[in-house]
Write a protein that binds this ligand. Structure first.
Ligand code: SF4
Length: 445
């Protein structure tokens, strides 16, 4: 069991969160991360997710995301078992007749590979799941817009085990619902927000024929708009004056890392991170930031340092200005739900992913080595690299080790002056790394 060996090394070296090291008796919500591909599922586990959610191309709201094929779902399920984590599969589109007809075979398959849960929102899909995958727990998607305890009971009476509450609820409402029901509850803590009621929106379908309800939203709520008076064609008036354009909706991204001190004692069963279409750097950064704060809470430690470090790190990856969403009243313009800025903010980019060999994949064995010796690593390059670039290796415990790239070779041993995205290079680093380790670089450094 290669992964087991790797996990043992990472745990013993303090480089990975060990759920069994938590204080006994402390209720620990699950950290649920997006698994947009098989590799992303493993990266999420590596950086501390308790569970991942993934979809297959046909039956998910993220039809465009790097969803998994049926065999990949089985492989992700296998990885989840090796890591002692969980895999939930999204079947959360509002199914049309044609999909409904082909769904039983897929549901049977999910039961056969023993996924840990099916995430759905359509009552018809729920009915089919009860028939064709009766042993698989059912989770209700935020798309079902559950906003009160009676709705929770309604779904629980129909066999739903866990409910992802509507993102539109405030903190007091969540606390109140929790006090009335024992059903598992889940909330979103991080990621992109819809300006409509949790994705129940036809803007994209109306403007370019790609419907959010079939997972092909092009996010037109974030586009720049102008107002035109009927008798003045060609004269475009700004609605919200700003140097970059005018923005009607333009939701900020949700970030509740700084509020975990209030959310953790509520008894919510899972904190969910949005973003199956996001990249490896986003995934590793977000998961390890939330993991660090949640682990400190479970150990009864002060959250402040991990929160401050995490928020700083979350500011480095590509994001829209952050908001606390609907959970708390706005503190002021800096905490508004929409933003005049249209651009994404980021200071760092993904430099590459560590690979164990020229043809290596994450399943291949890797030794911890001697921390003081040099290790030759292979890097799958994701952004243009030149000698002199400082690489930052992200570790699951929240630490970072920087390494200045002096020189490097391609996989055939030829020295190179530049490495482009998509190529692989090799070079020594003076500390142990591990396959699938995420490496970032500062932009314009
Ligand atoms: S257009 Fe915006 S609000 Fe509508 S579904 Fe897409 S992301 Fe959500």
């Amino acid at each position: 069991m290669v992964i087991d060996r790797k996990e043992t090394f990472l745990k013993s070296s303090g480089k990975i969160a060990d759920p069994e090291s938590q204080s006994p008796g402390v209720s620990r919500p699950e950290l649920l991360a997006p698994g947009g591909s098989l590799e992303k599922c493993v990266v999420a586990f590596l950086y501390g997710a308790d569970a991942v959610y993934a979809g297959t191309r046909r039956y998910t709201l993220r039809a465009q995301a790097g969803n998994l094929g049926w065999e990949e779902l089985a492989a992700a399920r296998h990885q989840a078992r090796l890591w002692k984590r969980k895999l939930y599969v999204t079947v959360n589109s509002f199914a049309r007749q044609e999909e409904i007809r082909s769904l039983p075979a897929f549901l049977e398959y999910l039961q056969e590979i023993e996924v840990d849960g099916i995430i759905l929102s359509d009552p018809g899909v729920l009915r089919l799941a009860a028939r064709w995958a009766p042993q698989v727990p059912i989770h209700l998607s935020t798309q079902a817009n559950t906003t009160n305890a009676e709705s929770v009971r309604f779904w629980a009476d129909r066999g739903v085990k866990r409910i992802n509450l509507a993102r539109e609820l405030c903190f007091e409402e969540i606390r109140d619902i929790r006090s009335w029901v024992s059903t598992e509850l889940e909330i979103f803590v991080h990621g992109a927000m819809c300006i409509s009621y949790s994705g129940r929106c036809l803007l994209s379908a109306a403007l370019n024929g790609r419907s959010a309800n079939s997972g092909t939203c092009t996010q037109p709520c974030r586009w720049s708009y102008r107002l035109v008076e009927e008798k003045r064609p060609g004269e475009y008036f700004p609605i919200w004056e700003d140097s970059g354009g005018s923005y009607i909706f333009n939701s900020r991204d949700l970030c509740l890392l700084g509020e975990l001190g209030l959310l953790l004692p509520l008894g919510i069963d899972a904190f969910k991170v949005e973003g199956r279409m996001k990249g490896m750097l986003y995934l590793a950064t977000v998961v390890r930031a939330y993991r660090a704060v949640m682990d400190r809470w479970a150990r009864g430690c002060a959250l402040g340092p991990a929160e401050a470090e995490g928020l700083e790190d979350l500011g480095r990856v590509s994001h829209r200005p952050y908001t606390r969403g609907f959970l708390f009243p706005s503190k002021g313009p800096e905490d508004a739900k929409s933003a005049p800025e249209v651009t994404y903010l980021q200071t760092h980019a993904l430099a590459g992913i560590v690979r164990p060999s020229p043809h290596g994949y994450w399943e291949e064995p890797v030794g911890p080595g001697d921390p003081d010796s040099s290790h030759i690593i292979y890097l799958e390059v994701r952004n243009r690299l030149t000698p002199g670039t400082t690489l930052e290796f992200l570790f699951p415990d929240g630490s970072i080790r920087a390494h200045r790239l002096e020189s490097f070779e391609d996989c055939r041993g030829a020295r190179r002056d530049v490495a482009h995205a998509g190529t692989w290079i090799r070079f020594p680093v003076p500390f142990p790394t591990f396959p699938l380790q995420v490496v970032r670089m500062e932009l314009n450094s």
